[in-house]
Design a protein. Structure first.
Length: 342
């Protein structure tokens, strides 16, 4: 049989969609795979693989629920009708990627999926039970989520081998990018501070403000007597910085309360302030480090720029590569156009 692509679907199904449909495009990257049970009919053939109506409906359901939640006035049948074709195209692309991975000998082991998910949970500080609850709310099982992770990992490996490995970024491109994005590399002045804050809103009664100020003065006295800042922060600090030995990390100029900001950028590294009064209460800060403003030098941001240019090139190349892959493949879409009669 001659290789060809038969694209079913009316012009109406392919033209610009409503605003809520634009969200679907973003969600496509996170699409979850459907179950393997064969449904009553085939909606697409991709080389030697088939996509069933049940698979399409299962994959579409995630998007239908989300659109339905944010747009309750839109009938469910209409939402499903509108998302089916883009979801089907995503499933076709997924099938082609799996076929290419098989041809290239690319696989992803179960333990690699587990490690990837665990790394994500640790990085985002998520709990596994919370993730499972969120998936269940969307009608997605954890096993489907694992399979989606596998598909994304396979996609990444195919892209790295077939696309990214063939992309080069020249020194001239890096220099041009640096000049064209100067505003992104203007380093802002920042300080790393520890803070002990004793809340006393300005609306508080005068005697309460006085008591809180006295408490802050007592803390400052203990600091001058040699009691470690982090020890007193753990004992007295409330609000921002509390629970972290008072360490607030690096804070850019202009992002703190004005009274605190003014003092922070005048102190030297290692200095401790007097009691600072603000509308929120009383503060004592200690300067741990400073980072100066000005333009970040090219050697410092070179790798970051090279990665950014590489991603832009990879996205463009991926689109071209997938278009060519579709042309080389046998793809037959049997999904009835929206509004068509059986």
């Amino acid at each position: 049989m001659t290789r060809r692509t038969r694209e079913a679907g009316s012009e109406r199904g392919m033209r610009m969609k409503p605003k809520w449909m634009m969200i679907v495009t973003v969600w496509m990257f996170f699409a979850f795979p459907a179950g393997a049970e064969v449904a009553d009919r085939i909606v697409a053939i991709v080389n030697d693989d088939v996509i069933t109506l049940q698979e399409l409906n299962t994959a579409s359901e995630v998007f239908v629920r989300r659109v339905e939640t944010s747009n309750p006035d839109i009938p469910r049948d209409r939402i499903r009708e509108e998302v089916q074709l883009p979801v089907l195209n995503n499933l076709i692309e997924e099938a082609l990627l799996k076929q290419e991975a098989k041809r290239l000998g690319i696989t992803v082991k179960d333990e690699e999926i587990t490690a990837t998910i665990n790394d994500l949970l640790a990085k985002r500080k998520w709990k596994l039970e919370d993730v499972k609850a969120g998936l269940e709310k969307d009608g997605v099982s954890f096993e489907e989520y694992r399979e989606a992770t596998r598909n994304n990992m396979i996609k990444g490996r195919v892209i790295r081998r077939e696309i990214q490995s063939k992309i080069a970024v020249s020194n001239e491109e890096i220099g041009n990018y640096y000049r064209d994005h100067r505003d992104e590399y203007e380093g802002k002045e920042a300080v790393r501070i520890r803070q002990i804050m004793i809340p006393a809103p300005a609306a508080s009664e005068a005697d309460i403000r006085s008591l809180k100020k006295a408490e802050a003065e007592d803390v400052l006295k203990k600091l001058k007597e040699g009691v470690p800042f982090e020890q007193l922060a753990a004992q007295y600090a409330r609000g921002e910085g509390a629970g972290m030995s008072g360490d607030m990390g690096y804070v850019e100029k202009g992002s703190m309360l004005s009274a605190v900001d003014e003092v922070a950028f005048k102190l030297k590294i290692g200095d401790t302030s007097d009691v600072i009064e603000s509308p929120q209460g009383f503060h004592i800060i200690q300067i741990l480090d400073k980072r100066g403003g000005g333009m970040k030098p090219l050697p410092v941001v070179r790798n970051e720029i090279e990665d950014a240019i590489g991603r832009e090139k990879a996205e463009k190349k991926y689109g071209e590569w997938m278009t060519e892959l579709r042309k080389r493949s046998y793809i037959e879409i049997r999904l009835k156009p929206a509004g068509a009669r059986p």
